[in-house]
Design a protein around this ligand. Structure first.
Ligand code: SF4
Length: 281
């Protein structure tokens, strides 16, 4: 296996189907990824998506014994000092988190609750209960009972959901996420997620044809968040981020980073609603 770097997020790096290690500068160590979409299938098609060869669809049937075997094998490596010394630069030689984050929407994988349970069991076995556990999701499957059971398991283990909300208008969601899922559906899914498990919003800001989101988009987002907070939806905080790596989707040439000043000003608007915001440019 090649040496891991903070800029290399190749999910095939360790040669497994379902698990991969990534060095995360942000988290300051090695993040273990669980990829439930080795078929590169997602029910959305975000303009900025970095999955090469992304296809529309759901996760394939998951071979749980293979997943847990691979996770144990990866942990054997990552928990070994010799492996860390060989593959990871000194400041990052520790495991910091486990993320359900793959080449598509993880919650389309079935049975989602059993998958979460199996991963948590392996972490328990290894004495890694204290690791951060994150489900990175577009939130579109929250109405499924098995997903809700998975969230409950994650919550009981101290995990959290990073819930994608890039736009609060139907037009923006079609344009940015290529989804017909309405803002109202997003709102309902957000409520389900936040009630079941600690949930932060993850919001990607990109410029399309040189223009950051319109004033209407910005206002609609702020209004949705304001209304949800007023309704008591326990949103934990917001992660606002720009495009870190190139999109692999058609039309990528129309995308660019939104100006940092725009993102910072947007972050201030969200903070004014009473939420903490982390900005990752
Ligand atoms: S939800 Fe995630 S995996 Fe799916 S298209 Fe959007 S960025 Fe890609």
């Amino acid at each position: 296996m090649k040496r891991l770097t903070v800029s290399d997020h190749d999910r095939d790096v360790a040669g497994y189907t379902y698990v991969y290690p990534v060095v995360s500068r942000r988290a300051g160590g090695v993040s273990l990824g669980v990829n439930l979409n080795p078929n590169n299938a997602c029910n959305w098609r975000c303009v900025y998506c970095q999955v090469p060869g992304l296809v529309r669809g759901a996760a394939p049937p998951i071979e749980l014994p293979t997943l847990t075997r691979e996770l144990r094998a990866l942990l054997d490596e990552v928990q070994s000092e010799a492996w860390l010394a060989r593959h990871v630069d000194a400041p990052f030689r520790r495991i910091v988190d486990v993320a359900f984050s793959g080449n598509g929407e993880p919650t389309t994988a079935r049975p989602f609750d059993e998958i979460v349970a199996a991963v948590l069991e392996v972490l328990d076995e290894r004495g890694l209960q204290g690791l951060n556990k994150v489900l990175i999701s577009n939130g579109s499957m929250m109405q499924r009972e098995e997903v809700q059971r998975g969230l409950a398991r994650l919550a009981a283990a101290g995990g959290e959901v990073w819930f994608k909300l890039d736009s609060a208008t139907a037009e923006g969601r079609r344009r940015v996420n290529d989804t017909s899922s309405s803002p109202e559906t997003a709102r309902q899914n957000l409520r389900i997620s936040a009630a079941a498990c600690r949930t932060r919003l993850q919001t990607c800001v990109v410029a399309i044809d040189g223009a950051p989101p319109s004033p209407r988009e910005r206002a609609a987002y702020l209004e949705l968040v304001r209304e949800e907070l007023a309704a008591g939806t326990p949103i934990a905080d917001v992660l606002l981020y720009g495009m870190a790596r190139p999109s692999h989707q058609p039309g990528a040439e129309r995308l660019s980073r939104a100006p940092s000043s725009w993102i910072e000003a947007f972050a201030d608007d969200i903070r004014a609603l009473g939420l903490a915001v982390t900005v990752r440019l």
